[in-house]
Design a protein around this ligand. Structure first.
Ligand code: FAD
Length: 299
């Protein structure tokens, strides 16, 4: 047994392991109470020196001011690099460009560039604004023209729900890199084999940039199952089984959630993954524990 462990990166001491890079995703809080939790979590996660902390953007610009306010404050108050998400759905190029210029003026140098979903929902067909960017690849090219930004884009280990087939999905990812993206961050996934197969497909198609796994800790199985269904990520039967009947048992639920996320992250580490993006949902506890398993700690 020990011989097997010796080969696992996750069982190596810090001096023998490759360094890990982490980033944390937040959403702009809507209420004062939510904002308190947001800053409390930022306060706990910023000392881990993430590569960046990102703040999402309501499709159609509904959080435009809040996203800008949060990323600006994260950067000025914690010194941690902040990345602003940006979508192009329902907006003209000029409107989107002016948001990019606003980020630039606020000293934000990282953008997570996305198409966004139509207001009717994820499954509905996307119709670009007649004067707008028509895809995230076009958006990436537009951002590149406006400044020297570090640009992340989205990738889908289970295929984007609107991609007709794998070739179309990977071609679309390639277009985003050809337009100037620096890295891709994946949609949440719970079966690591989906991620491994996806990376293999992308590499075969000539994508060399990082495809950073997006890790969603399951704070609430009910809530995360709902999110997953809406964005086309599947919940494997074995995962549902682990949480079955735990709605009224918060302590066991929390312990199972940390075991599940730890298993996922450490398996990725053992397969050679060194970069991770965590969907925090503005909470710090599970993510702090996962970072610790990676040896990422506050000063
Ligand atoms: P794109 O890469 O532009 O396209 C998605 C799909 O559309 C493609 O897979 C392809 O099937 C099809 N497609 C695009 N162009 C073409 C073409 N020329 N020809 C044929 N097919 C085409 N949403 C938000 O509203 N706010 C956020 O802050 C946000 N953050 C996110 C962060 C991450 C890490 C991820 C993974 C997703 C995020 N999303 C966010 C969700 C995202 O907006 C949706 O998943 C959306 O449906 C697709 O966006 P995209 O940038 O991947 O689109």
């Amino acid at each position: 047994m020990n011989a097997i462990h010796d080969h696992r990166t996750s069982r190596q001491a810090k001096t023998e392991r490759p360094p890990f890079q982490v980033s944390f995703e937040f959403f702009p809080p809507k209420t004062d109470v939510m904002e308190e939790r947001f800053w409390d979590s930022i306060g706990k996660l910023a000392p881990l020196h993430p590569r960046f902390v990102s703040v999402t953007y309501g499709a159609g610009g509904s959080t435009r001011e809040r996203t800008l306010r949060m990323v600006s404050r994260i950067k000025s108050e914690t010194g941690v690099d902040a990345a602003a998400h940006l979508t192009c759905v329902g907006a003209t190029r000029d409107e989107v460009d002016s948001v990019v210029k606003g980020y630039r003026e606020a000293g934000i140098t990282r953008i997570v560039a996305l198409r966004g979903d139509p207001p009717e929902g994820v499954g509905k067909p996307f119709t670009p604004h007649p004067d707008g960017y028509r895809s995230s690849a076009e958006l990436v090219a537009g951002i590149r023209k406006l400044g020297n930004f570090d640009i992340s884009v989205a990738a889908y280990p289970e295929k984007h729900p609107q991609s007709p087939d794998w070739d179309a999905d990977i071609d679309n990812l390639k277009r985003k890199f050809d337009a100037g993206a620096n890295r891709a961050i994946t949609q949440m996934f719970f079966d690591n084999d989906d991620y491994f197969r996806f990376v293999e497909r992308a590499r075969k198609a000539g994508v060399t940039a990082s495809i950073v796994p997006g890790i969603q800790p399951i704070h609430s199985f009910r809530q995360i199952s709902g999110f997953a269904a809406r964005c086309g990520a599947s919940i494997p039967a074995w995962l549902a089984e682990r949480f079955e009947g735990l709605e009224e048992e918060p302590e066991t639920h929390a312990l199972v959630a940390s075991a599940v996320a730890a298993e996922q992250v450490l398996e990725l580490v053992d397969a050679g993954v060194t970069e991770f993006h965590f969907y925090t949902l503005n909470r710090s506890n599970l993510v702090l524990a996962l970072a610790r398993l990676l040896g990422v700690r506050p000063d």
